[in-house]
Write a protein that binds this ligand. Structure first.
Ligand code: RIB
Ligand code: CA
Length: 315
């Protein structure tokens, strides 16, 4: 039986790569896309989500517009240097035909989870504001969701915004802390594994045989230039597609369990700090907090083969 998922997303080049991967995978039924600021402002994220659903031949997929700003801190500017001004590597895609649904992202998350108790997997691959707002609207979603697979954070390695913080968590640390402590089953697919899997230029060129792969190759050009500039590599990190890969096949990953709190102020704001000590003598802010399932290793070769196979089969 396929898994019903909702992708909460800020498309974004790697978001687009993840969404097309999900649409191309028979193990997954995409119930909707909810949008969030991050790589672009939310209005453009919504347009891009509609465009991607239409490109994939799934124009009926509900797209729900999400929060425009974080819970507490401001959202200043979208990182055009990473994803381009259009969020899709300045490839300037045509406008979508469809429109977002009338309900907000948080309302859509609540309604869909409560209508399918125990069946919905949330896959947030952007800042976690919509999930925090949904938890506030209807706390019972924590008992009714199947799983929450988060692309974000860094439990055993440095961040990518600064040594402490990964971008999705850094944008809304207050929301992230609520998501990691809500008591629902959370898996973290963070930089620990997403930077370990790299799509090099030969791999990306090899995707071009299909229409979907050609699109991915085109949008990846800008992303690759950013990786060259920022990381000195002729490849792209595999952030958001890794969360979809986990949903399809968790055996690609090795995991560790532990409570995670998020630093919400100061120079380490956005750090996802996991208690890995296994010492419980002194009560602290991690005591009695739910454990998060954290991906710490990945079989990159197998993940890349899976992605390649799905994108070529997508046509
Ligand atoms: O740090 C990687 C994350 O930040 C990904 O979700 C990418 O799309 C960017 O938003
Ligand atoms: Ca993203």
């Amino acid at each position: 039986m396929s898994k019903k998922i909702i992708i909460d997303t800020d498309p974004g080049i790697d978001d687009a790569m993840a969404i097309l991967f999900a649409f191309a995978s028979p193990e997954i039924e995409v119930m909707g896309l909810t949008t969030i600021y991050g790589n672009v402002h939310t209005a453009l994220a919504t347009q891009n989500a509609l465009r991607l659903a239409e490109f994939a031949g799934r124009p009926q997929t509900p797209v729900a517009h999400g929060a425009d700003k974080p819970l507490v801190i401001p959202f200043d500017e979208a990182p055009e240097i990473v994803h381009g001004a259009d969020g899709l590597g300045n490839t300037h895609q045509p406008p979508p035909h469809g429109r977002p649904i009338e309900r907000s992202a948080a309302q859509f998350l609540v309604e869909t989870i409560m209508a399918h108790p125990g069946e919905i997997t949330l896959v947030p691959v952007g800042p976690l504001t919509n999930l925090a707002v949904a938890l506030k609207l209807e706390p019972r979603i924590a008992q009714h969701v199947a799983e929450v697979v988060v692309m974000g954070g860094a439990a055993t390695v440095n961040g990518n915004v600064n040594p402490a913080a990964e971008a999705n968590i850094w944008h809304d640390p207050h929301a992230a802390d609520k998501v990691f402590t809500a008591g629902w089953p959370v898996t973290l697919v963070g930089l620990d594994v997403t930077m370990a899997t790299q799509m090099d230029n030969a791999y990306l060129a090899g995707l071009r045989a299909s229409r979907t792969g050609e699109f991915i190759f085109q949008i990846s050009r800008f992303y690759q230039q950013f990786h060259k500039l920022a990381h000195g590599i002729d490849a792209c990190h595999t952030h958001d597609p890794s969360a979809i890969a986990y949903v399809i096949d968790p055996s690609l990953f090795t995991t560790e369990r532990g409570p995670i709190r998020v630093v919400t102020e100061g120079i380490a704001m956005g750090q996802t700090l996991m208690d890995r000590r296994r010492e419980w003598l002194t009560p602290n802010a991690w005591s009695d907090m739910p454990e998060v399932n954290v991906c710490v290793e990945v079989d990159s070769a197998r993940l890349l083969a899976l992605y390649q196979q799905r994108i070529s089969a997508a046509g």
